[in-house]
Design a protein around this ligand. Structure first.
Ligand SMILES: [Zn+2]
Length: 315
C-alpha cells in the first residue's frame, strides 16, 4: 500500500485540525482547543479546518462520545472542511507507514511491569533502556510491541506560542518509544504523524500539555519523509488548585441541551478571553454567527498568552 502524502503547504493558507479523543463529552478545556485551532486556520479566508476523531485507542473510547462531541461542535457553529477522519479506520495506513521504516523499528517483549521494576525513571515515567534493540529479550512472547530506534541528538523546534525553543534528546529523555502496542493497537504518536501528513495539515494548534510529545512526532516525520507542520501550543487551562481541565479530572461536559444562545455565546467568549483575544461583551452579539464573524476578523495568534498554564474560573 502506498501513502498519498500531501505536499507541504506551509507557505500557503493554513490547514489546521481539531483532534479530540472520544473518551467523554466535550468540556471547556477541549472547547478552548477547538476554538484556537479553528480561528488560527480560519482567520485566513482560504484556511481549512479539519475534524479528526482520535479513536485509535478503542479501549479508552466511551460509547456515544464521538457523536456527542460532533453535535456539540455543530451546536456552537463550528464548520469543518471535508469528511471527518476516524483513526479507527486508518489501521492499514499506520501499518504501511511502519513497513516503510522497517530498518528503524524492532520488536520488544518487555512488559510495562518489568520496565517499571528497573530504576531508570524520570518525569516521563520510565526511559526505555533499549533492552531489545539488538535482539528481542524474550523471543517466545506472542505479540511483541514495536519500538522505533531513537538517536542521541537534540530535536528542537520554535513553537509559535511558547517563548523559548523547545529541545529534547529523545534517546536520553524518552528512549526508543512504542509505535505499535502488544495489544495490536497503533500508538498515538504514530497515528497523529501519519494522519497529519495524509490530511496535509501544516498547522498544529493544541494545548501545551502535548508540547513534550512534539519532538517524538518531528522525529517520526523525519524518518517517514513527511513535511513538518508549524506548531502552536497554547496554555493549558487549569483550575484554582492547579489541575488541568480534562475528562480525567472530571471537568463538566458542555451541555448542548438547555443551553441557550446567550449561554453558548458566553461560553465561547470565555474561551476567547482565555486565549487573550479581548472580545467585546455578549450583549454586542445577536447570534453565534455574529460572534464568529468578529472572531475571524480579530483573531491574533500573537495575543495568546505565552505561558504553559493559565488559570480559568470557567469550567
Ligand atoms: Zn524490550
Amino acid at each position: 500500500m502506498t501513502l498519498d502524502i500531501q505536499p507541504n503547504k506551509n507557505i500557503d493558507s493554513p490547514i489546521g485540525r481539531f483532534a479530540p479523543s472520544p473518551t467523554g463529552a466535550l468540556h471547556f478545556g477541549s472547547l478552548i482547543a477547538a476554538t484556537a485551532s479553528y480561528l488560527a486556520a480560519k482567520q485566513d479566508p482560504d484556511g481549512k479546518w479539519l475534524l479528526r476523531i482520535e479513536d485509535v485507542d478503542t479501549q479508552r473510547e466511551q460509547d456515544g462520545a464521538s457523536q456527542s462531541i460532533i453535535e456539540t461542535l455543530e451546536s456552537f457553529g463550528f464548520m469543518w472542511d471535508g469528511e471527518i477522519l476516524y483513526q479507527s479506520h486508518q489501521n492499514e495506513k499506520y501499518q504501511a507507514a511502519l513497513d516503510s521504516i522497517s530498518n528503524h523499528i524492532y520488536p520488544c517483549s518487555c512488559t510495562r511491569k518489568y520496565l517499571q521494576s528497573l530504576s531508570a525513571t524520570d518525569t516521563y515515567g520510565y526511559i526505555y533502556p533499549g533492552i531489545c534493540r539488538n535482539g528481542i529479550n524474550n523471543p517466545d512472547i506472542e505479540n511483541p510491541s514495536i519500538r522505533v530506534k531513537t538517536i542521541s541528538e537534540e530535536i528542537c523546534f520554535q513553537d509559535l506560542c511558547q517563548p523559548d525553543i523547545f529541545c529534547q534528546d529523545i534517546e536520553h529523555e524518552i528512549g526508543d518509544f512504542i509505535l505499535k502496542r502488544r495489544d495490536g493497537l497503533y500508538a498515538y504518536q504514530l497515528a497523529v504523524v501519519v494522519d497529519d501528513a495524509l490530511q496535509g495539515i501544516n498547522q498544529v494548534v493544541r494545548g501545551s500539555d502535548i508540547l513534550d510529545n512534539t519532538p517524538r512526532q518531528i522525529y517520526l516525520q523525519r524518518l517517514l519523509g513527511y513535511p513538518q507542520p508549524e506548531y502552536l501550543h497554547f496554555p493549558t487551562a487549569v483550575t484554582a488548585n492547579g489541575k488541568k481541565l480534562s475528562k480525567q479530572n472530571h471537568s463538566p461536559a458542555i451541555s448542548t441541551e438547555n443551553n441557550s444562545r446567550i449561554q453558548k455565546i458566553e461560553t465561547l467568549l470565555a474561551a476567547l478571553e482565555f486565549l487573550g483575544q479581548n472580545p467585546p461583551n455578549s450583549s454586542d452579539f445577536e447570534s453565534l454567527d455574529d460572534l464568529w464573524q468578529w472572531a475571524f476578523q480579530h483573531w491574533k495568534n500573537d495575543n495568546i498568552p505565552k505561558v504553559m498554564t493559565k488559570f480559568t474560573a470557567f469550567e
